[in-house]
Design a protein around this ligand. Structure first.
Ligand SMILES: Cc1cc2nc3c(=O)[nH]c(=O)nc-3n(C[C@H](O)[C@H](O)[C@H](O)COP(=O)(O)O)c2cc1C
Length: 221
């Protein structure tokens, strides 16, 4: 039972990474062999549209043929039973690194064909239980009003279509700097942010732990 955790934030030990670590602890407590990957440690592109994975009789078997730093990461992902990817929200969407990873992971698994019963064939014959974790500065009520759920939903839809299962977890109103007094950021109230961090973020971490545990338990059954 293998579980891969993919940090698409440039920062280590910050909100997204901490949520992923908590999910990883949940998976590990359920018996998964876990690994954390930091995408920003790797140099890679998004899908280059080479279509090697769609050529007749190709032998890619769901693994992106393009050779750069991401290929070994994708190999690990394909050999995993659980994948949890986390990203901060940048200008309403996940980071570019997150998108590049998703393109390269999903497109080679997906086939441009339709079964006689209307379902879509895939290059894997099992479910990979996946989760997406987003962290954002925005409070939850505002996120709803400015349509973040609608912007983020297509990522989980694609993961579910191609991998078979996907759940989404969001952490809102995140604490952004270690010392707010050093930055020009009068639009934020540090005490309000600190209170939220102290009172709500532990609950977000608990939900991430439960997500890692739940996905692993589903993969085991
Ligand atoms: C370039 C950039 C763009 C951002 N855009 C948004 C945004 O559109 N909405 C939002 O809620 N937060 C935005 N944020 C804040 C981050 O999403 C938030 O602080 C996140 O929790 C950071 O994750 P990290 O601590 O793992 O780096 C932005 C931050 C940066 C650096």
């Amino acid at each position: 039972m293998k579980a891969l955790f993919v940090n698409a934030s440039p920062r280590k030990n910050w909100n997204t990474h901490k949520m992923l670590e908590s999910a990883m602890k949940g998976a590990s407590d359920s018996g998964a062999e876990c690994e954390m990957i930091h995408l920003y440690d790797h140099s890679f592109k998004g899908c280059v549209s080479c279509f090697a994975c769609k050529v007749k009789n190709n032998k890619t078997n769901g693994l992106c043929a393009y050779r750069d730093d991401l290929r070994p990461v994708l190999e690990k992902a394909l050999n995993s039973d659980v994948i949890v990817a986390g990203s901060p929200v940048y200008f309403s969407y996940p980071t570019g690194m997150f998108r590049s990873f998703i393109e390269r992971l999903l497109f080679p698994i997906m086939k441009y064909e339709v079964n006689p019963d209307g379902t879509r064939p895939r290059n894997i014959d099992r479910t990979i239980y996946s989760g997406l974790i987003y962290t954002m500065n925005c409070p939850e009520d505002l996120a709803g009003k400015i349509h973040y759920p609608e912007y983020l939903a297509p990522n989980a839809d694609a993961m579910k279509l191609v991998l078979g299962h996907c759940e989404t977890l969001c952490a809102y109103n995140t604490y952004q700097f270690s010392d707010y007094s050093r930055y020009d950021c009068s639009m934020f109230s540090e005490p309000v942010k600190a209170k939220y961090r102290e009172e709500v973020f532990p609950e977000d971490l608990r939900k991430a732990y439960e997500l890692g545990k739940r996905l692993t338990e589903m993969a085991k059954s």
